[in-house]
Design a protein around this ligand. Structure first.
Ligand code: FES
Ligand code: FES
Length: 157
């Protein structure tokens, strides 16, 4: 089936099998490998992308379900060579740790901060509860998101 999507503002199309998952469409067909596959069972959130602005676990969506829709992946965060405050926050606050979960964390928190720019630590923790990090815990990740929230409120990109 022909699937046409807009990813990070660019048009992409491919003829794919109806059973192809969105995460494989993004990674294997369109070669945007920033989106990770952690569990393939909707648990870890590593594969999170935005579909029409809402975070979805792309291992749970068929590629053809994204037909004529807009996808944003982690590659879309950087603009004109400048990191998004969230990416900067993960770097500055050591939120990366092993980094495997980071793309999904970034996309979930990006969507969250757009709707809830002034959130408490508890709200941030709740927002990323569908994204698993198995490293040293969430302390630095939460600090990274708080860093971005503060920067965005002060007029950062
Ligand atoms: S790979 Fe999709 S939720 Fe883990
Ligand atoms: S940083 Fe290692 S799983 Fe998240």
């Amino acid at each position: 089936m022909l699937v046409k999507v807009q990813i990070n503002g660019e048009k992409h199309e491919a003829d794919v099998e109806p059973r192809l998952l969105l995460v494989h469409l993004i990674r294997d067909v369109f070669r945007l490998t920033g989106t990770h596959i952690g569990c393939d069972t909707t648990h870890c959130g590593a594969c999170t992308v935005l579909l029409d602005g809402r975070p979805v676990k792309s291992c749970t969506v068929f590629g053809i379900q994204a037909h004529n829709r807009e996808i944003m992946t982690v590659e879309g965060l950087e603009q004109d060579g400048k990191l998004h405050p969230l990416q900067e926050g993960f770097m500055e606050e050591h939120g990366l740790q092993c980094g495997y979960c980071t793309p999904g964390m970034l996309m979930t928190s990006y969507a969250f901060l757009r709707k809830h720019p002034r959130s408490t630590e508890d709200e941030i923790r709740q927002a990323i509860s569908g994204n698993l990090c198995r490293c040293t815990g969430y302390v630095n990740i939460v600090k990274a998101i708080q860093y971005a929230a503060a920067k965005l409120q002060n007029g950062g990109a």
